[in-house]
Design a protein around this ligand. Structure first.
Ligand SMILES: [Zn+2]
Length: 756
């Protein structure tokens, strides 16, 4: 055997002689992995709570709330915690894995299951082989008592590994996967490269999902019943499925050469979500994703802290895990969409095809992507890549126009007003449509200076100057538009974002007849999200009888979230005559609708809401449980404590956070005795919550309760003091004093937990 040193993270092997780059050699390593003994295994960022690569969940089977499982998470460099490898994204490897597991357990790994052997003693050994090369961070194992639901794409296996209690919903959750594989294969002119595509749902996963090659791992938050899926937004379900799948081209087939180039994985996977939405649900639904991404990038988000702005290709990061942020995902996806608009659809997908074909099964850097685009388009694209990939920030544009009646010219002024000490001056082509007298003129202008002036000959003052007609520029726009222009924008704009911006703006001008009429048209928009937006924006002040008529119509909208919003709008009106609609809605298939119906009933008759809610208690539906919880949070009493204690046991993962919000509010108006009894759940989650976010929120609600108890105690103290001053032997003092003592005891108990 060769001599080696090992420090739990790095293995150094002394070879028998000096080797040159022309030699090759094989090293055989006999090892046992002990991920829990890795140095620093328990430290990690909020997004990935542990860096030990291999995880045993409920290993001794004592936790009845989840199955016994094993799974791995390699990205970024954690797989070397359980097998020796050169753990870098620029490496590629094939693999052979033998997994021995109990009889009732299924195993999953990369590539093909080539054999399965039954052993004496009730175990079986599965042999998985991956013949195509992948980077080490994509190697995976998952073991558990999964149900496996079989599907196919062009004759290849597409299987869904899921908790057996959810087996009947596997197709509701994953059923669009073969269609997605078909779409991406066609768009890229590059058929899915791998032998099969499996997806597995595991418990207590430390990140959202992971594109392990041919065997994607998902957190259990996407495991939902058919009823729960009715209300689930795409970004919690299908976007994740399309994202991980698109990685099988961008990430798995061509892989970022270093973490600095992570954009070549994550920006693309984020854009995969767009492509699927665009194909399956249309441009509006896709553009809504782009808008969300842009807002998230602008707003910070992700775990509460603003991501520090950095170049998309960042060579100067502090911690490689920090690169998995709003810039690599949200901003990067938006940049790819801009690139598509700059070069056009045909060139965009041809360039991606060339890039994949040229660099498949190898590490890639951003210049390779640029050169693929340049080869197809025959044009230099350094300007685009330099300002978006090798740069940070975004342009802030001030846009104004004026029309000269004498010369019949329109002057358009566009100023870049971003702080140029922090941001670059950007260069970009912008499409502009000029609408006048029923005609539309299309122009493209280039913006590259701080002050840009464009003039157009126009026979008459334009009805609307549509700047950035596809609404793709990643920028902040300061553009003064009149109500008439906004109305025009809603009716003629090319995109969902035009209609969204118009409605958002017009909502504060409903004293204007045309504005109000447009808001009412908004409630008939072809896109459900805008119907919902229009309802939401029409507050009780601005809601006219015509609005109210629309609200009642929208109670039977095909989209459940529109129905829920319409009920919520009616709820704001607190109109007793609406009771029959709420009662009808209690039978809706959507829990969001039922929740709003309960809330509406509560506003008119809280006792009825409590009794309606209590009749629904016997449900496992997460949305419905939360709906009932929010009624109890508002109107409930000590009597509802058992509901919370009972349902808390069914809450896992992120559900615990939503549950906590209602529970924390509920406890605040319970008696000190009930609070004392109810505290156990929050104290337990503060310590043992399913993830760090749960622990964080549990602590937050403990603090809230503590300050509520403090307020109550000082209120009681004042009362006691007043009574004592008037008559020291007042008989009600004893009762108040004992309440005061109990409040103090609860306060102290919370204090002890928080100070620990
Ligand atoms: Zn990803």
């Amino acid at each position: 055997p060769l001599k080696y040193t090992y420090d739990s993270l790095q293995l150094r092997i002394g070879l028998d002689k000096t080797y040159t780059r022309n030699d090759s050699f094989t090293v055989f390593i006999d090892y046992v992995s002990m991920p829990d003994k890795i140095k620093g295994a328990s430290t990690g960022s909020m997004a990935i709570t542990s860096h030990k690569g291999l995880f045993f969940i409920n290993p001794d089977g004592t936790d009845s709330s989840k199955p016994r499982e094993l799974w791995t998470q390699g990205e970024t460099q954690d797989n070397s915690c359980w097998f020796p490898t050169i753990d870098r994204p620029d490496q590629r490897m094939t693999e052979d894995i033998f997994i021995t597991a109990d009889k009732q357990d299924r195993t999953l790994s990369n590539g093909a299951l080539v054999s399965s052997k039954v052993n004496p003693g009730g175990t079986h050994t599965d042999h998985w082989v991956m013949n195509l090369t992948i980077p080490p961070y994509l190697v995976t194992m998952a073991v558990g008592p999964f149900a496996v639901i079989h599907d196919t794409w062009r004759g290849r296996d597409v299987d869904y590994f899921i908790d057996s209690s959810y087996a009947k919903y596997a197709r509701d959750i994953f059923g669009r996967t073969p269609q997605m594989i078909e779409l991406f294969s066609n768009l890229l002119h590059f058929p899915y490269a791998w032998n099969k595509y499996d997806q597995v749902i595991v418990h207590d996963f430390i990140t959202g999902a992971m594109e392990n090659c041919t065997a994607t791992t998902h957190g259990d938050f996407i495991q939902k019943t058919r009823r729960e899926l009715i209300d689930e937004p795409l970004d919690n379900q299908e976007d994740i499925i399309s994202h991980e799948l698109f990685h099988h081209w961008f990430g798995d087939l061509v892989t970022c050469e270093s973490w600095s180039n992570i954009s070549l994985n994550e920006s693309f996977a984020t854009y995969g979500e767009y492509l699927w939405r665009e194909y399956k649900y249309g441009r509006d639904e896709a553009d809504r994703l782009m808008q969300d991404n842009f807002k998230q990038y602008m707003g910070g988000g992700m775990g509460g802290g603003m991501t520090k702005d950095h170049d998309l290709v960042d060579f100067y990061y502090h911690d490689r895990e920090d690169l998995f942020d709003l810039i690599s995902y949200q901003k990067g996806g938006t940049i790819l969409h801009m690139l598509r608009t700059v070069v056009g659809d045909s060139a965009f997908f041809k360039s991606l095809h060339l890039y994949l074909e040229t660099y498949k099964f190898s590490p890639v850097e951003v210049p390779m992507l640029r050169m693929s685009f340049e080869k197809i388009t025959g044009t230099d694209l350094n300007w685009f890549f330099n300002e978006w990939f090798y740069n940070k920030g975004y342009p802030s544009l001030q846009i104004a126009h004026s029309y000269n009646n004498d010369t019949h010219t329109l002057t358009l002024n566009v100023n870049q007003v971003q702080d140029l000490t922090q941001n670059a001056l950007f260069r970009m082509p912008v499409r502009i449509n000029l609408y006048n007298g029923g005609k539309k003129e299309e122009h493209t202008v280039w913006i590259g200076k701080t002050k840009n002036v464009f003039t157009f000959n126009l026979p008459q003052r334009p009805d609307w100057v549509d700047f950035d007609t596809d609404k793709v520029l990643l920028c902040v726009k300061d553009e003064d538009m009149t109500v008439a222009e906004r109305v025009f924008q809603y009716r003629h704009g090319n995109t969902y974002i035009d209609r969204y911006d118009a409605l958002t703006h017009l909502a504060s001008h409903t004293d204007d007849t045309a504005a109000l009429a447009t808001m009412i048209s908004g409630m008939r928009d072809k896109f459900w999200f805008l119907r919902r937006l229009a309802v939401e924006k029409l507050t009780s002040d601005s809601a006219t009888p015509a609005c109210k008529t629309m609200f009642t119509k929208l109670i039977s909208d095909p989209n459940p979230l529109v129905r829920a919003e319409a009920l919520s709008a009616l709820g704001r009106l607190k109109d007793k005559s609406m009771m029959r609609y709420y009662e009808q809605a209690l039978k809706d298939s959507s829990s969001a609708v039922v929740e709003e119906a309960l809330a509406g009933i509560g506003k008119i008759d809280s006792a009825k809401a409590l009794s309606d809610a209590s009749q629904m208690e016997n449900t496992d539906d997460e949305g419905l449980i939360l709906g009932i919880a929010s009624i109890y949070a508002r109107y409930g009493s000590d009597a509802n404590l058992d509901f919370f204690l009972h349902k808390s046991r069914k809450m896992t993962g992120y559900q615990q956070i939503f549950f906590l919000a209602a529970y924390g509010a509920y406890l605040q108006h319970c008696s000190p005795q009930a609070i004392n009894k109810g505290l156990d759940v929050i104290i337990n989650w503060n310590k043992n919550g399913d993830n760090n976010y749960v622990k964080y929120y549990a602590k937050y609600y403990l603090q809230q309760l503590q300050s509520a108890m403090q307020d109550r105690a000082s209120e009681l103290q004042t009362k006691v003091n007043d009574l004592k001053a008037k008559n020291p032997s007042d008989p009600s003092i004893t009762g108040l004093q004992s309440q005061l003592d109990e409040a103090g005891a609860v306060q102290k108990r919370i204090g002890d937990v928080l100070n620990k």
